[in-house]
Design a protein around this ligand. Structure first.
Ligand SMILES: [Zn+2]
Length: 184
């Protein structure tokens, strides 16, 4: 219960989706998920920066009769820049189309055209998991400030000093190069 939550009007976002029901209504369902609900992000080195994750979903049937979930995810996450090791904010604006397959054969058919998820025995989909996937996909494998000038200058100096001050034998590549020179 958060009576002062500015997103109160849209707080009806379900945590689980019943694809048939969502497709029947045909409407967009919008709301927010709290960062604490997206547990897998912390493991990927990302933390929430925006107050919450804004999510919109709707569903429709593709010609073969399977339900396709269309969604949008908007958020800002903080990740660690791999050049200066400083914090970096990343705008996440993801759109997805995921087909909900009711069986293995249906999943195989859908996979050519859509990202596909097989429904569990209860025929529902975890919206939290879907959103987690989208945010994780939006984080680059090696995040870096877009321009070197955006990096934390002080941190870069410290890193340069560390690299410059290390004795050469601590560098395995230099050691290898020296070995090669000796042999040749
Ligand atoms: Zn940086």
């Amino acid at each position: 219960m958060t009576p002062r939550n500015p997103h109160r009007g849209a707080a009806s976002l379900p945590r689980w989706i019943d694809p048939d029901e969502l497709a029947r209504s045909g409407r967009w369902v919008r709301g927010t998920l709290q960062w604490a609900e997206l547990g897998r992000l912390a493991g990927a080195g990302a933390s929430g920066r925006s107050p919450a994750v804004e999510v919109g979903v709707r569903a429709f049937r593709e010609p073969g009769g399977a339900v396709v979930i269309e969604g949008r995810v908007t958020a800002v996450v903080t990740v660690v820049c791999q050049r200066c090791l400083g914090d970096m904010d990343l705008d996440v604006q993801a759109e997805f189309l995921v087909a909900a397959a009711r069986s293995g054969p249906e999943a195989a058919r859908l996979r050519d055209d859509f990202d596909t998820i097989e429904l569990g025995c209860d025929q529902r989909l975890s919206l939290v998991r879907l959103v987690e996937d989208e945010v994780l996909l939006a984080v680059p494998m090696v995040p870096r400030h877009p321009r070197r000038g955006d990096c934390d200058a002080e941190a870069m100096h410290r890193l340069d000093a560390l690299a410059g001050g290390a004795p050469p034998r601590d560098n395995p590549f230099e050691a290898l190069a020296a070995l090669r020179r000796r042999k040749g």
